[in-house]
Design a protein around this ligand. Structure first.
Ligand code: PNS
Length: 159
């Protein structure tokens, strides 16, 4: 039984994230989406919201579960017996950010990070852009799962 952990802020989860999770599931028996905190980010959605939006977005993919991780991803992945950490890369900027994290996670746990190249059709999809478009009332239905589109609309309207 091979397990992969897909960590991220998921603020909110996008169709690009879901594509990476689905493709990771093609290589591992079980995939755990780890909704975590980046200490340098201020989040639009609460921890609970990020968790439940991610849960809703992958609920139709067998063998994929979602957990909130309050500590280090390296510790979580080791506790779960993960064979690898899996992340998506859209381009060079992602690579720069991910390189140090992957080496630190290996330093802390011995667990390697495997990168999946993001689908070029979704390469432009970033949580930050999606929030910006939604906050201006723009269309986001093609960029995020249906449950996320509804939640973004609701959140923007309530602000
Ligand atoms: O989607 P993001 O914001 O790029 O994800 C970054 C995240 C949340 C995966 C990263 O900040 C993280 O792993 N946070 C949990 C705490 C941790 O393990 N920090 C050490 C990273 S080397």
């Amino acid at each position: 039984m091979t397990i992969a952990v897909c960590p991220g802020s998921f603020d909110p989860i996008t169709s690009g994230h879901v594509d990476v999770v689905r493709r990771a599931r093609g290589m591992f028996d079980e995939v755990i989406v780890a909704v975590a905190r980046n200490a340098h980010k201020k989040y639009f959605f609460s921890d609970d919201e990020r968790l439940s939006l991610a849960q809703g977005a992958v609920s139709d993919i067998p063998g994929v579960s979602v957990e909130f991780v309050d500590g280090l991803i390296a510790d979580f992945a080791a506790e779960r017996g993960a064979a690898a950490i899996v992340k998506g890369l859209r381009g060079a900027a992602d690579y720069d950010a991910e390189q140090a994290m992957s080496l630190l996670n290996r330093h802390l746990s011995g667990i390697e990070t495997i990168f999946i190249m993001g689908d070029p059709a979704l390469g432009h999809v970033a949580s930050s852009f999606v929030k910006d478009i939604a906050s201006h009332g723009g269309p986001i239905a093609d960029l995020v799962p249906h449950n996320v589109a509804l939640a973004l609309k609701k959140k923007v309207e309530s602000q």
